[in-house]
Design a protein around this ligand. Sequence first.
Ligand code: HEM
Length: 233
Amino acid sequence: MSTNAPPSFSNATVGKKILMAITGFLIIGFVIVHLVGNLQIFIGQHQLNVYAETLQNMGALKWAFRIALLVFFLVHIWKGIVLWLENRSARPVSYTKETNQESTLASRTMIYTGALIVFFVAYHISHFTLLDCHPEYQSLPLVDGRFDVYSMIILGFSEPLIAALYIIFVGLVAFHISHAFSSLFQTLGLTKPELLKRLRLFGALLAWLIFLAYASIPVAVLAKIITLPGGGH
Ligand code: HEM
């Protein structure tokens, strides 16, 4: 067996980074699309419920999308853990781009913010998709024959502790993205310092925008800017 054989694509450090970059990019795409969908809560109950029903009625496409998203998350987490373990073992890595990587609090804590996000996403799916944290949401009265996602979100965020947890959650997601965005372009080969500086700035702006827009939903519920159709919480 030759020891000079090149490592296979997925086993090489660069290969892992590229898989992380591509899956990370696709996950950021989902986070933005999901945000735009959820912001329709500000338009009103009818709009949000119709949107949610349209997604639910997509049948096979919905399941294809869910499976793809799960695969992106699993690959991203798996490669992230492997890279973190490799970096921790502090063996010399012959990856020239590494020297360009800027060390920031966000970059040094990616594994921890990533792990916390996994916990929160699991809780979030249990909260709003499976409804097993709050089975009472299943008996919310239908509105125009549709499940009332609008009221479910308002009831969820009327509990200050839950609203605060979501604000922390979206803060972690934004903090993770603030480093991930420029890093992914760097991994994909963009190494010009001037361009990287701009991408870092754009990544930071994007992260702040994602944070403020997502956090505006629990904040608006707590501040009673968005209320149940009857006017209450
Ligand atoms: C204020 C913040 C958020 C609100 C109000 C919200 C709302 C929702 C709702 C209502 C659902 C259920 C959709 C359905 O089953 O029809 C859902 C599902 C989901 N959310 Fe969020 N979300 C928020 C933030 C996030 C963030 C930041 C992420 C990702 C990092 C995320 C990831 C997901 C995932 C993966 C699902 C499952 C999708 C599916 O069932 O196919 N959410 N969200």
